[in-house]
Design a protein around this ligand. Structure first.
Ligand code: ZN
Length: 289
């Protein structure tokens, strides 16, 4: 009979092999932790821009996040990714709890963490920047707005509306004060053909917040000046849609809000629908009252 030679390892060699195995296991664990299982993300940037979330769902998500002790921006990011940024479906509360929250860790592990972070940063930076609704609470009954993203605009060429319009119910220029939603620095102030008298504010993280169609500016504002959230920027108006500075009355009195965040998702400008964030901050202010 053939005799197999059993190789005997020296005790020290065995010990080294064990240590090696442990190191490999730890390395795999770290890679898994940081990069997930690596499913690449395939979301249309157009959907990210449009953020098609129903006005109630964004509040629901905030409430669920609170209930289950999950950070809002993280929850919002994974929920959005699972729903292709809301292009596919809006689910009922029960479904969110059963399909999403109960499988939350599983959902998270599906995605490449480094990829997710780009979406997370975008959501989280805007969410943290906006501390106030752009109209002070005394005027809560004086304005009206909805999700006006994507509407067709024709002035200056056919294009889609990349912002959110907040209308004066009375349509009277110069009566509703507009306040800064964020802390930041004024990077643009003055006339532009489409936006009329407009102000651009850049926050510390590089996000850009655009306020347009002012009737007049608050005194003392100039390019480079820092503003705090709640500072009055000016008064709601209907300026714009004219090559000549001071053109007014081409449309109803309203404030146009635009958000263009700094993002790693693309090198181009990526405007984000402000509506969900405005709804959220408005609801938070109501809850505090
Ligand atoms: Zn607008």
């Amino acid at each position: 009979m053939k005799k197999y030679k059993v190789k005997k390892y020296h005790k020290f060699t065995l010990f080294r092999m064990k240590i090696f195995a442990v190191i490999i296991a730890v390395l795999i664990w770290i890679i898994y932790l940081f990069f997930g299982t690596g499913e690449s993300i395939n979301v249309e940037l157009e959907n990210v821009s449009a953020l098609k979330i129903s006005s109630d769902l964004v509040i629901e998500i905030r409430n669920f996040a609170e209930k289950y002790g999950i950070e809002f921006s993280e929850f919002f990011t994974y929920y959005s990714l699972e729903n292709n940024f809301f292009e596919n479906k809006i689910e009922s509360d029960e479904k969110i709890e059963q399909n999403f929250i109960m499988n939350y860790e599983k959902v998270k592990s599906k995605y490449n963490f480094k990829e997710v972070k780009k979406y997370y940063d975008l959501i989280n930076n805007i969410y943290n920047d906006i501390k106030l609704f752009p109209i002070s609470p005394e005027f809560i009954d004086e304005y009206i707005y909805g999700d006006s993203w994507g509407g067709e605009r024709t002035y200056g060429g056919k294009r889609i509306h990349k912002g959110c319009d907040i209308m004066d119910r009375e349509n009277i220029r110069g009566r509703i004060p507009i306040v800064s939603m964020t802390d930041g620095r004024i990077s643009n102030i003055g006339w532009n053909e489409q936006g009329g008298y407009r102000i651009g504010v850049v926050t510390e993280n590089g996000n850009y917040y655009y306020y347009a169609h002012f009737d007049s500016y608050e005194k003392g504002l100039e390019k480079g000046k820092t503003v705090k959230c709640g500072d009055i920027l000016g008064y709601m108006g209907d300026s714009g849609y004219g090559k000549e500075e001071g053109t007014k009355g081409k449309f109803p009195v309203h404030l146009h809000i635009g958000i263009c965040p700094k993002t790693e998702l693309t090198e181009d400008e990526l405007w984000i629908n402000p509506y969900p964030f405005l709804r959220l901050i408005e609801k938070e202010a109501e809850d505090i009252k």
